[in-house]
Design a protein around this ligand. Structure first.
Ligand code: FES
Length: 128
């Protein structure tokens, strides 16, 4: 696989929002059993807006770059707006992916939606 574009390398070499959020309002995981890569996303929500977000990823370079883009796309969006983020948008954020790496952008969608579910139906709901 060869991915040669500035956006991809920027997000891979300097991924945004890496780390852990203490006491997150929502936390979700996405993974792909075929390659073993996984992603955890943690969110803070204030007045239904994602005010902070972090991720931890064990995965390929495309998984890391697309995870970084996912967090940038989600931060500042409402919970409802974040639900609309697609794998295609995430892929566009890294300047495109070769066919065999397109599944990497699904980790972000899966983990983000799991974190939003956790917020809506779990801890975040109890705080309301
Ligand atoms: S190879 Fe599976 S997420 Fe990248």
């Amino acid at each position: 696989m060869e991915i040669v574009n500035a956006a991809f390398f920027d997000h891979f070499m300097d991924p945004r929002n890496v780390g852990v959020l203490e006491d997150p309002d929502g936390k979700g995981k996405g993974g792909d059993p075929s390659c073993g890569d996984w992603l955890v996303i943690m969110i803070k929500v204030r007045e239904e807006v994602i005010s902070d977000i972090r991720f931890q990823c064990r995965g390929c370079s495309a998984a890391i770059a697309t995870s970084s883009v996912t967090t940038e796309l989600a931060k500042g969006k409402s919970v409802a707006e974040a639900r609309e983020i697609t794998a295609e948008e995430i892929e566009k954020g890294v300047g495109g992916l070769p066919e065999e790496k397109k599944h990497c952008s699904l980790l972000g969608v899966t983990a983000l939606n799991a974190a939003l579910d956790d917020y809506l139906y779990g801890k975040g709901k109890k705080k309301a």
